[in-house]
Design a binder for this molecule. Structure first.
Ligand SMILES: NC(=O)c1ccc[n+]([C@@H]2O[C@H](COP(=O)([O-])OP(=O)(O)OC[C@H]3O[C@@H](n4cnc5c(N)ncnc54)[C@H](O)[C@@H]3O)[C@@H](O)[C@H]2O)c1
Length: 255
């Protein structure tokens, strides 16, 4: 056995010692990803507009938080830089923040369209540019973007949202092409319906039943289903996986 003995690390888990930034982490899918990553040993900074909630969760997870409105490009850049400084670098970026304000195309306002793209797409570009420079300089890193099955198959009253999520998928692919030479992987997740606050205002028990029937598994996703995919993509198990749009839709989408 010619190798030197190594000092055992005190950090345990599949993300031990990794420095991760999660956006939209105050609640829902982002909060579940934060909890899952923390359980697996990651150091975390949570970014969200919901100040009280994100601070409270960060405290519970012994993490840091940055309060920012990701609809504002300058604020997004400042928050990303601050998050990286707090961590002393970055290994994992999860672009999870997103909004959905349902409206049919014929009644959709320009403001609704623009806000959807500002948060769901432009913020992702801003964070990726800043974190990507850092990761490329380090020669390693991984970025996970939250798309949606709507980005692949569309959904009524969600033209802006579906188009923004298709843009997330395309942005993910180009990011993977450009950053791969620096050993940085970029993937996105396409969840099906997840029972979070998003869409809760218009959701009825009948709709939930009808959606569940569309899945061969006969149920909707919970936030843990999505967080487990994020964990896989963030871990070394996915080291040869890049540019992918991974469905977590219970088989509602198979391409
Ligand atoms: N819930 C679903 O069915 C579903 C399905 C597919 C994809 N997604 C995607 O998953 C991601 C998370 O969605 P969720 O279901 O957890 O939604 P959610 O509404 O429960 O959580 C969204 C989080 O993003 C934050 N956020 C919203 N606008 C922000 C802004 N301007 N600046 C900073 N933070 C902001 C919110 O405060 C919140 O913490 C989104 O990108 C969403 O599009 C959700």
């Amino acid at each position: 056995m010619g190798s030197e003995p190594t000092t055992p690390s005190t950090a345990v888990g599949r993300l031990a010692g990794r420095r991760a930034v999660v956006t939209g982490a105050a609640r829902g899918i982002g909060a579940e990803i934060a909890r899952t990553f923390r359980d697996e040993g990651a150091e975390l900074v949570l970014i969200d507009i919901a100040a009280d909630e994100v601070r409270e969760l960060a405290k519970a997870l012994e993490a840091e938080s940055v309060v920012a409105d990701l609809a504002d490009a300058a604020a997004t850049a400042a928050a990303t830089t601050e998050a990286i400084e707090l961590l002393g670098g970055i290994d994992i970026l999860v672009n999870n923040a997103g909004i959905l304000k349902m409206a049919p195309i014929l009644e959709m306002t320009i403001e609704n369209w623009d806000l959807t793209f500002d948060i769901n797409v432009r913020a992702m570009f801003v964070t990726t540019q800043i974190a990507g420079r850092e990761m490329c300089a380090n020669g390693r890193g991984t970025i996970i973007n939250m798309a949606s099955m709507a980005g692949k198959i569309g959904s009524p009253n969600q033209a802006h949202y579906a188009a923004s999520k298709a843009a997330v998928i395309a942005f993910t692919r180009v990011s993977a092409m450009e950053l791969g030479a620096h050993n940085v992987t970029v993937n996105c997740i396409c969840p099906g319906y997840v029972l979070t606050e998003m869409g809760a205002a218009t959701r009825t028990p009948e709709m939930v039943q009808a959606w569940s029937a569309r899945s061969p598994l006969g149920r909707l996703a919970d936030t843990a289903d999505v967080a487990k995919m994020a964990l896989f993509l963030a871990s070394d198990d996915a080291s040869y996986c890049t540019g992918q749009a991974m469905n977590v839709s219970g088989g509602m989408v198979m391409h």
